[in-house]
Design a binder for this molecule. Sequence first.
Ligand SMILES: Nc1nc2c(ncn2[C@@H]2O[C@H](COP(=O)(O)OP(=O)(O)OP(=O)(O)O)[C@@H](O)[C@H]2O)c(=O)[nH]1
Length: 636
Amino acid sequence: MTHSADLQTALHAVAEGLLLLSSDLRIVDANPSFLQRRALQREQVLGRSIFELFPEHDSMPADNAHPDLVPVDALHASEARLRLALEAAGDGVWEWDIGGDEFILSRRGRAMLGYSETDVGTSLIHWIAITHPEDLQRVRDHVMDCIRGRLSFMSCEYRVRCRDGNWKWVLARGAVVDRSEDGWARRMVGTTVDISSEQETLRRANFDALTGLPNRSLFRERLQYEVTASRRSGRLLALLFIDLDRFKEVNDLLGHDAGDELLKQTAARIRASVREVDTVARLGGDEFTVILTNLDGRSHVENIAEKILSAISRPYLLNQEEIYVSGSIGITLHPGDASEPERLVRNADQAMYVAKNAGRNQFSFFTKSMQDQAWQRLKLIGELRNALPQRQLKVYFQPVVDLRSGQVVKGEALLRWLHPVRGLICPNEFVVLAEETGLINEIGNWVFMQAAAWSKRWSTLRGNVFQISVNKSPVQFLANAKSPNWGAYLKDLGLDWNSMSVEITESLLLNATDATAEKLFSLRDAGVQVAIDDFGTGYSSMAYLKKFAVDYLKVDQSFIRDTACNSTSRTIAETIIVMAHKLGLQVIAEGVETEEQRNWLTEAGCDFAQGFLFSEPVPPEAFEQLLNIPYARLAS
Ligand SMILES: Nc1nc2c(ncn2[C@@H]2O[C@H](COP(=O)(O)OP(=O)(O)OP(=O)(O)O)[C@@H](O)[C@H]2O)c(=O)[nH]1
């Protein structure tokens, strides 16, 4: 060692805590690692006796086994002693004679990698040969910065191949400790520490455990990086959002493990469809993203998207079965569509939903109009939140006629939104938004209360029960959906048994959870009847009709519309009527528009009908006018 400053530099480079002690064991210097570990300031330790600092070590063993403590007599330090000190600190120590091309790693350092004294040669080239090719340039840059004096010491993480062929992450720190009079670096000394476990922690934080792909957080980082690079280079970048279609069914049919296996295989297929430099990440669930860089144009992106779609749609072998799935892809381009990563993510997501809604198994490029629609949607959600408090929601009623007597005997409550600017909006335009935002619970409960109040009034006016049916969304049957105690509510209102009914979909019963069943049975206990809406369009399973004690089937209007000209529709409608009667259920035909349909339904034995032939849905005041009026007059 030529200079005590060099010694200090070297000590700063060491990962372990080190102290420099004078011959009377007073602290001359402490390196940053030591101070950091002990949470001490340099001034707090300088000049103090080692025994003050470590009273429990006043009979310190000769081998200086304290992990934080490696005494070095600074005033008489030599390279050999420094090396010994560093070895004692647990690091591998290396020394590089630059001019003489001799690179020596200490015994401890070699052991860390599994090498004996003779396994690796002493020329730098031998050590370069076992450095990971992807890390080599980085290591070289660090070393050269030190040699040229741009850095006083280097600190660099890279991978080294161990004797068993595995790669190990190490942290190498070092400094030039000897320079010629004219400034040429002659010797570097440093340490090498095994940081595989730190790298493993880092890997876990950044990579998806199932597929090994970058996770959401690393994806965000990479996107930010690539967007900046694309901005600089002016080259086109594409962001792809990929979502598997109906992946839930794979889980449901084959189990979660098979689902996991499919995700792994999908990840590998997407990875294999793009270049090494492109980023493929898994955001979670069945959602993947791809960042494509340095593209030649839009058609280049289209080709890759096609390639990914066809890779995903090849059969998967799961549990010895061939399974087919597809994917939907949303694509956005930088700089054309947006300049900020956040915006690109939103764009790709919107485009992916458009691809899904357009029928799945396809890709869709982001367009400005998608953004406008998304804004419209957001705006409508905001307005919908205010619709109820601002009394913009209205309940209309459509009469249900008894086909034998021709009397209006029931009514269906139908929600309308009287929007201050857009006028009357039908539920198909806003119920999905209400469901997505959870507003449907509040709105649905309000509709039920309104309908109950009108049922009470019309039952009283007519002197017998006048049943009103209310549509209920599957969302209102979820476990967390809040609703009043309908039994108590209807009782307080003084409503008779069966004054209310709820219309639900077939799929709700098919996928009924315990919470769904409980909510449905508590409605039944409150005297509310149950109708299955749009019957015939779904699975039409008989079993659940009995299990849930359903009262009515509403035949979907698509069958009614076709009864005049389509014998299959007629047969289906007839079968539903016969089957329902056999099971003790009554049938309501929806969408009746012509006399011919009404006559046919009457002959087929259908119980009730509703549709434009009788009346469209009308406000309650107008509905009241319709009560007790024979259908012959309504239809004219
Ligand atoms: N096996 C497995 N399933 C997962 C994992 N993470 C999420 N899922 C399931 O993946 C499914 C994702 O479903 P969605 O994307 O919402 O719906 P989908 O069935 O793919 O239908 P669409 O996207 O509308 O075509 C859900 O059922 C999740 O429970 C996972 O790590 N492993």
